[in-house]
Design a protein. Structure first.
Length: 228
């Protein structure tokens, strides 16, 4: 019965995204931006709830539109979108974690076998620090980072905490970029999506993640020396 319920839940998410797939296209979002903004002004709470569930479904299904949703959510909702997105993304990642820990463990094990073998030594030294580093620096796809801790039996509480904290810096950068879209789209101008590829945007995240990785390396070496 648990497997049936999980299957129904995942299938429901897939159907929702299938029916709203056209709404998630950049051209469609831009064309109806003013309409979306008016709806949000009139039904702010419900709009935020619907946006949260869509974002959760996108992350759960590992669809490649989360970045676009983050930018548009920031433009439409403002800085309040930061906690909304962090909570929705964490919840979506947790859904994947639960699936990889239970009924879909064998399926995910086959897809991530090589990665799990290559990272398990570093992971077991400090699971939280490893996950924080992977959230800050996307060495692996987001969906893969979601399932590796599950396959290596990380505690749920630590996984949720590290995920929520680890995605805040990157989400904040995207939201700050997305805030500028509001003015651009209100003026009917074409947004420059390549802005998020600028070094001023991604370089601080890389440096922050590298600092986390280096600190973990130094800490592990120091601990080994103390033990020896």
């Amino acid at each position: 019965m648990k497997r049936i319920r999980w299957f129904i839940g995942v299938a429901s998410f897939a159907l929702i995204i299938w029916f709203v797939r056209d709404l998630l296209q950049p051209t469609h979002l831009i064309a109806r931006y003013s309409e979306f903004k008016l709806i949000i002004q009139n039904q702010y709470l419900w709009s935020a709830v619907i946006f949260s569930f869509i974002y959760l479904a996108v992350v759960s299904l590992s669809l490649p539109v989360a970045s676009l949703l983050t930018l548009m959510g920031a433009a439409l909702f403002g800085w309040i979108s930061l906690p909304i997105i962090v909570l929705a993304a964490t919840a979506g990642a947790f859904v994947v974690f639960l699936l990889a820990s239970t009924i879909a463990r064998e399926f995910f094990s086959q897809r991530a076998a090589g990665t799990v073998d290559s990272v398990q030594t570093a992971f077991h030294r400090s699971p939280i620090r490893w996950l924080l580093t992977m959230r800050l620096i996307p060495f692996f796809p987001f969906w893969l980072v979601n399932i590796v801790p599950a396959l290596l039996q990380m505690r749920m509480r630590d996984y949720v905490l590290a995920t929520a904290v680890g995605i805040i810096p990157g989400t904040a950068v995207y939201v700050s970029v997305g805030r500028g879209l509001d003015t651009i789209l209100d003026q009917g101008l074409e947004p420059q999506w390549s802005l998020i590829e600028h070094p001023k945007v991604w370089l601080p995240l890389v440096l922050l993640g590298a600092f986390s990785g280096v600190s973990a390396l130094i800490s592990n070496r120091y601990r080994d020396e103390v033990h020896s």
